[in-house]
Design a protein around this ligand. Structure first.
Ligand code: PLP
Length: 219
């Protein structure tokens, strides 16, 4: 299947108000251009250096989303252009994004990553850490970041009821957080294997890679 065909099929399966982030990590700029020519404008990457390289080569109306784990010393490279950082998993990182955004005279949109999966390896806040962060005064002083919502990854499993349960948990954490931060709007959940369930559970943003571009290249 071509990239354009895959995109068309996925677009037909997701509601219009759900944002499709085409996850292009490990894929070439020419693969991305193929998706771009089919109308796709939002792309997700998980390495700052790779994303910055692609940003420099590709059309400037692309919105670049950082979906991976971010090291603080890399924030400065994407601060001039990144549209949304999905994987904010510490206050230290949020402060660094704020600092670099200020240097660029920008306000950078961020999602807080929540740990909902059973795997230990996935990053993110737990429920208590999230509450503590939302209550902290520090966050109000960060005028160059805008918290737009939450992001999470379900356990990698065939057990769809487990996946659904994790997405339900994330949605309820979103609703709780909304009491403290009323203008959050985004719930980033759902990947190639589970986006249909994620949308049923209230996702506003799905991050889809292999179902668009095929299996990933080894890095
Ligand atoms: C790679 C990745 C995706 C996309 O995964 P697919 O299964 O290929 O759709 C989504 N979210 C994150 C955080 C990723 O790292």
């Amino acid at each position: 299947m071509s990239i354009a065909t895959n995109l068309r099929r996925i677009k037909s399966e997701i509601p219009e108000n759900v944002c499709l982030v085409a996850v292009s990590k490990t894929k070439t700029s020419s693969d991305i251009l193929e998706a771009y020519e089919a109308g796709q404008r939002v792309f997700g990457e998980n390495r700052v250096q790779e994303m910055t390289q692609k940003w420099s080569e590709l059309p400037k109306d692309i919105e670049w989303h950082m979906i991976g784990h971010v090291q603080r010393n890399k924030v400065k490279y994407m601060a001039p252009y990144v549209s949304l950082i999905h994987g904010v998993d510490s206050l230290k990182l949020l402060k660094e994004i704020n600092k670099q955004a200020k240097k660029e005279a920008r306000v950078i949109s961020c999602l807080l990553q929540v740990h909902i999966a059973q795997e230990e390896t996935k990053f993110g806040f737990d429920e208590h850490e999230l509450e503590a962060l939302a209550d902290s005064e520090v966050i109000q002083g960060l005028s160059n970041v805008k918290i737009k919502g939450l992001m999470g990854m379900a356990t990698f499993t065939d057990n769809t009821s487990q996946i659904r349960k994790e997405f339900t948990t994330l949605r309820s954490m979103f609703q709780t957080l909304k009491k403290d931060i009323p203008d959050i709007t985004e719930l980033s959940m759902g990947m190639s294997g589970d986006y249909i369930i994620a949308i049923e559970e209230g996702s506003t943003m799905v991050r889809i890679g292999s179902s668009i571009f095929g299996a990933r290249n080894k890095t």
